[in-house]
Design a protein around this ligand. Structure first.
Ligand code: TEU
Length: 524
């Protein structure tokens, strides 16, 4: 066990924390195999301290056949050899805590790897067995049972059912290598509780909970009555696969475990856009917090961004949870690219950073946000995301936003690994994007993030609730109770600054004007 940083600090340290998402395969390689690992994270802790983040969320690093890059877990209570060892994890945890950085990890309750012992036992034991009851096995439809039990599509494309040798089918909302567990089975919940305690006893500070709206399916597994097109992006209301009321019992059970470890927290990946439905996950005996993906899906215009902020705040208003702001993650196109790529996308991403970090609540940065990393178009043969195969090569999947982070130097692999190859290819032309190149440039994205995080952490201005201020047409203006004023200009033309001293700006504001696609922090 390690001690938590600053043990005297409030147990709700996470309420306004800045989390840094470490997509472990792509963050830093401590060896030469071209895949990031725990040793790589240890080596980069000084960089994370310099950046000024409060906590990490590390994507799954558990034993896995890697059908979905670690989200197919074959043992939830160990470390995948490609990423290191349990001892290496303990060392990382101790060093991070020493450096004042909390560590949260990914919890994948909805499904396991098909290579997990449980699933192998279920296959061997046959229809009707106790072993099969931990998963969702059903007989098929039609005279010979050759049709799947219902018409559910997998979120990765294709049917959500796969038939096994004896003729039964099993459910997988994601890849066939990720069979869904049945949470009505008491052993399934007991195992999850054991996993929570295993990591909490080692000293982790919390969990990001994968597909936190998915563990319980609609009673009777009824057919979906919408067509498959758009499902990948839309987990809308009425989808019988997701957001069923029974899932809240799972969250209550998780919370009971968490409550025995003061100062720890959960953040749920809840792809539910309805404010009231989302709020249900944030009741006092459920999740501590949940991602709100409105900012991550909003268009770059004043109305959409304002709408994202309003709804994110509304979803937590009647709950004990803080808001939780995300611009990018390992599942979606990076925001530099969403905002138009190149100089335009970068310029907007700088403004978006000042928006995200000015808002009340938790903020999640995705590794590379601080460098302004864009997506990379990869050739077909480089694609590794199961979505590419499952969709019949109609969806390219998520590799583009998972390119390894460039640290130094002027050619691939840019200091990411001591080897020569990287698990996804890194492009030429990134010399200026590396952390090393940006650290020395006061006008870089990295310098902007460092300044914003420093101000956010140290200034009493960036505290308290939010009030909208009157703003010029096409602009957003708001004030934190502490006195920080944010102005974002999406009007397409320069606007005058609001009154106050400039603290930080995403673009040149000399002369008292804020250029378009820029943002400024002011002291009122
Ligand atoms: O994602 C769940 C989820 O709903 C996403 O698949 C999302 O719909 C999709 O990526 C489109 O953006 C989580 C993890 O974040 C993802 O990486 C995993 O692949 C998935 O669960 C299965 O574990």
């Amino acid at each position: 066990m390690t001690t938590t940083p600053d043990a005297s600090a409030a147990t709700d340290w996470w309420r306004d924390a800045v989390f840094y998402q470490v997509y472990i395969r792509s963050f830093a390689d401590g060896g030469d195999d071209g895949v990031g690992d725990l040793a790589g994270i240890r080596a980069k802790l000084p960089e994370l301290v310099a950046l000024g983040v409060d906590a990490l969320w590390i994507n799954p690093f558990f034993p896995s056949p890697m059908a979905d890059h670690g989200y197919d877990v074959s043992d939830p209570r160990d470390v995948e050899p490609v990423f290191g060892t349990l001892a290496e994890f303990d060392a990382l945890l101790a060093e991070a805590h020493e450096a004042g950085i909390r560590v949260t990890i990914d919890l994948v309750p909805n499904h396991t790897s098909d290579q997990r012992e449980w699933f192998q036992q279920a296959l061997a034991a046959g229809p009707g067995s106790a072993e099969r009851a931990r998963y969702v096995f059903r007989d098929g439809q039609g005279a010979d049972g050759a049709q799947p039990p219902n018409n559910w599509p997998s979120i990765f494309g294709g049917p959500a059912w796969t038939r096994v040798a004896d003729g039964q089918w099993y459910l997988h909302l994601f890849a066939p290598e990720q069979p869904d567990l049945d949470f009505t089975h008491p052993e399934v919940l007991a195992d999850l509780e054991q996993t929570l305690r295993f990591w909490l006893d080692r000293g982790v500070d919390g969990f990001r909970i994968d597909v936190a709206h998915g563990m319980v399916k609609a009673e009777g597994l009824p057919d979906v009555d919408f067509d498959e097109a758009g499902l990948f992006d839309d987990h809308g209301p009425g989808d019988p696969r997701l957001d069923n009321d029974g899932v809240h019992d799972v969250h209550r059970a998780v919370r009971r475990v968490m409550d025995a470890y003061p100062g720890t927290m959960t953040v749920g990946e809840v792809w539910v856009s309805d404010d009231e439905r989302l709020a249900r996950y944030l009741r006092p005996d459920e999740l501590h917090s949940a991602f709100n993906f409105r900012l991550l899906t909003a268009d770059w215009d004043a109305a959409s961004l304002r709408d994202a902020v309003v709804h994110s705040l509304a979803s937590v208003e009647q709950t004990p949870a803080p808001a939780c702001w995300v611009l990018s993650n390992h599942d979606r196109p990076r925001h530099v690219t969403r905002y138009g790529d190149g100089e335009l996308g970068t310029r907007r991403a700088r403004a978006a950073a000042l928006l995200q970090l000015a808002l009340p609540g938790m903020a999640f940065l995705y590794n590379g946000d601080e460098l302004g990393m864009p997506d990379v178009d990869l050739p077909d043969e480089a694609l590794t995301d199961p979505v590419w195969e499952r969709s019949g090569h109609t969806e390219r999947g998520r590799d583009a936003c998972r390119i390894p982070v460039p640290w130094s130097g002027d050619a691939p692999p840019y200091g990411f690994t001591s080897g020569s190859d990287t698990w996804l290819p890194m492009p030429a032309g990134w010399a200026g994007l590396t952390a090393q190149a940006q650290a020395g440039d006061p006008d870089s994205m990295l310098s902007l993030y460092r300044s914003a995080l420093h101000t956010r952490r140290t200034s009493p201005l960036v505290r308290g609730g939010l009030t909208w201020l009157p703003a010029p047409e096409g602009c957003l203006a708001l004030r934190r109770d502490g006195g920080l004023v944010l102005l974002v200009n999406l009007s397409g033309a320069p606007v005058s600054l609001l009154p106050g001293d400039v603290l930080l700006a995403s673009a040149d504001v000399t002369g008292g004007t804020l250029p378009h696609d820029a943002a400024v922090w002011l002291r009122d």
